[in-house]
Design a protein around this ligand. Structure first.
Ligand code: ADP
Ligand code: ASP
Ligand code: MG
Length: 405
């Protein structure tokens, strides 16, 4: 069997829903098919805004209840379109699909999928049209998986049903060396290693949800990223690094423009203070990215700086002010004018001069670097948000990513 997933732009209108139904019907000629769909167009954004007009920080259970409605509209319409073409099709919500999640709202992780219900329909010859992005807790509450989470629904269903492939259809032709909508010279990658893709997704390549890539890697599931509006094209395939045919030190450049930087100033230089800061964040389920502890001329204190999601700024600011007081730090500083530009490549470490070339080139182009971090397969620089797009293009050019494989 196969799983096909269609994002918001692919189901934006009645005409596009018919196009999706066509692609699904064609696939169903060869295999049993599960079609996962997102909410139509910008519906989820609209619902978030609507919720905020009622409450500045809406109750998260109710927010999930609201957001999950978006996908329910699309599944009904896609199932109707398939019926209209003479196919047996049935729409199913997260709860009906048996997608069990943790009891955490707005960023729940899938813990199990009870596939009996889906299998029964597939065995009866139905095309199953599944709502992306949503699940249900053991207590029966509706949850959502985090923005962009329909990709994760698709990969999780594909793994649970042992699908031979999961096709993620979107509005570009696959995974590129950079976002093709900001870097016109970006090149389509025929294959990407799971590890690279996971890193790219975590640092801003919106095209796949990080959790979806994580699941695909865990199950060694072939995932293809393809274009809804050019469905015959092969797109990009994710595979294990050991199966990659192509050698390249840098695979892509990404930018994350939803970041903020927080500094806790003049933290006393004593054992346990970093523990206090980061446990307080963990308690509020805030994920922290880069962390820098810089020492002061006055050796008894340090500044501790880290990056977070911009959406979390208000909460983190108040949590950190309380912690700062408790540990005797001077205060808390926030900087929202930041963007994180990263290069990712499975073979990055093979060329030790890559980092220095990246920093030198950004400097030459007048782009100031505010923070740096790196891993085996990634180098990230925090720059001013207004420099973000330029920085991506500069780095893309520097490593000649536009050139063929
Ligand atoms: P969908 O609604 O289908 O899930 P998304 O908007 O979530 O689509 O993801 C597709 C978008 O991801 C593209 O339109 C593109 O702008 C963006 N994107 C960012 N980085 C990349 C990349 N490296 N390759 C392809 N697309 C990318
Ligand atoms: N509709 C949800 C969102 O906009 C899930 C998705 O599109 O993947 O985030
Ligand atoms: Mg998406």
């Amino acid at each position: 069997m196969i799983v096909l997933k269609f994002g918001g732009t692919s189901v934006k209108s009645a005409a596009r829903i018919k196009n999706v139904a066509n692609i699904a019907a064609r696939a169903a000629e060869g295999d049993p098919v599960v079609v996962v769909v997102s909410a139509m167009g910008d519906t989820t954004d609209y619902l978030v805004k609507l919720g905020r007009q009622i409450s500045r920080s809406p109750n998260k259970r109710e927010l999930d209840m609201l957001l999950a409605t978006g996908e329910q509209i699309s599944i009904a319409l896609v199932a109707m379109a398939l019926n209209e073409m003479g196919h047996k099709a049935v729409s199913m919500t997260g709860a009906q699909l048996g997608i069990l999640t943790e009891s955490v709202h707005t960023t729940a992780r899938i813990v199990d999928i009870k596939t009996d219900g889906i299998r029964r329909y597939l065995d009866d010859g139905y095309i199953v049209v599944a709502a992306g992005f949503q699940g249900i807790t053991p207590e029966g509450n509706i949850t959502t998986l985090g923005r962009g989470g329909s990709d994760t629904t698709a990969v999780a269903l594909a793994a649970a049903l042992q699908a031979r492939v999961c096709d993620i259809y979107t509005d570009v032709s696959g995974v590129y060396t950079a976002d093709p909508n900001t870097v016109p010279t970006a090149r389509l990658l025929k294959e990407v290693a799971y590890e690279e893709m996971l890193e790219m997704a975590r640092v801003g390549a919106q095209v796949l949800h990080p959790r979806a890539v994580e699941l695909a890697r865990k199950h060694r599931l072939p995932v293809r990223v393809r274009n809804t509006f050019d469905p015959e094209a092969t797109g990009t395939i994710l595979r294990g690094a050991d199966e990659m045919e192509i050698y390249r030190p840098v695979s892509g450049v990404t930018v994350d423009r939803h970041q903020a930087r927080i500094a806790v100033l003049k933290v006393p230089d004593e054992p346990g203070v970093a523990g206090e800061i980061f446990s307080a964040l963990a308690e509020h389920r805030i994920s922290v990215d880069m962390i820098i502890q810089a020492f002061h001329r006055d050796r008894s204190v340090n500044d501790i700086t880290f990056t977070i999601k911009r959406d979390d700024v208000e909460m983190v600011q108040s949590v950190m002010e309380a912690v700062a007081q408790k540990i005797g730090a001077e205060g808390v500083l926030t900087d929202e004018d930041v963007a994180k530009v990263s290069i990712v490549g499975a073979k990055l470490m093979d060329q030790p001069d890559i980092a220095s070339r990246m920093f030198a080139e950004l400097g030459k182009q007048g782009i100031n670097i505010k923070m740096i971090s790196s891993s085996d397969i990634r180098i990230s620089c925090v720059v001013s948000d207004s420099d973000a797009e330029k920085a991506v293009r500069v780095v893309h050019d520097l490593f000649h990513l536009e050139e063929g494989e």
